[in-house]
Write a protein that binds this ligand. Structure first.
Ligand code: AMP
Length: 211
């Protein structure tokens, strides 16, 4: 298997973006992330309104909008890491109908740690690299170490919206984690360690199934 199909599950702030970037570099696959795709199309008019109306409140964007984004992205990808989707049971069924997964990874992180990570997170507006105001500071404040781009705070990374996103996650996405756990295909990874430690487990799990 030279082009693994990887699903990365975990709450907002669990480290999915960081680990996805490493998977892209290591395995030469595409990063398919509904969060980024929606942020790029936040003001797009759909029959349900704009994605922004849901995202700024920390709520889920309606399934038909998100399903279509994923369908197109997966059709175009030769190997992928899917991040931020599926987030509920209906998206899980849809995903099942359009692709086969090789690995399902779950990054496990406790709620207080998620809030700390989200509220201190800063993102590069150019390459998407993430930093943290306390735990992972860039060399120069406000400037991306990797590409020199400007760092910004996502509008939904305020404490109130972060907590709402985590509670929406618990309610909607916990059944998704259970679904894959019941199928016996879930690889659970302790996400509270350093990015390098988490990466060792993530890489090994994918490499084992890529043989
Ligand atoms: P994220 O970057 O994954 O934290 O996503 C940011 C926001 O985009 C979420 O709070 C939702 O409003 C929206 N979003 C991302 N992925 C999905 C999805 N699979 N289903 C519905 N809404 C989503």
């Amino acid at each position: 298997m030279s082009n693994p199909h990887v699903l990365l599950l975990g709450a907002p702030g669990a480290g999915k973006g960081t680990q996805s970037r490493r998977l892209v570099d290591e395995f030469g696959i595409e990063h398919v992330t509904t969060g980024d795709a929606l942020r790029e199309n936040k003001q797009m008019e759909t029959e349900y309104g704009t994605p922004a109306e849901y995202m700024d409140a920390g709520e889920l964007v309606p399934d038909p909008v998100v399903n279509e984004i994923v369908k197109v992205a997966l059709e175009e990808a030769d190997g992928y890491v899917l991040d931020g989707y599926p987030r509920n049971e209906s998206q899980t069924e849809y995903l099942d109908s359009i692709t086969d997964l090789d690995v399902v990874l779950y990054l496990d992180v406790a709620e207080d740690e998620l809030v700390r990570r989200l509220t201190g997170r800063r993102v590069c507006d150019d390459c998407g690299a993430t930093f943290h105001v306390e735990f992972d500071q860039p060399e120069e404040e406000g400037v991306c170490d990797e590409c020199g781009g400007d760092l910004y705070q996502r509008e939904d990374d305020t404490e109130e919206t972060a907590r709402e996103r985590i509670s929406v996650y618990e309610e909607n996405t916990t059944p998704v984690v259970e679904y894959f756990r019941d199928q016996g295909v879930l690889v659970e990874v302790d996400g509270e360690r350093t990015p390098d430690e988490v990466w060792t487990d993530v890489r090994d799990a994918v490499a084992e199934r890529a043989d």
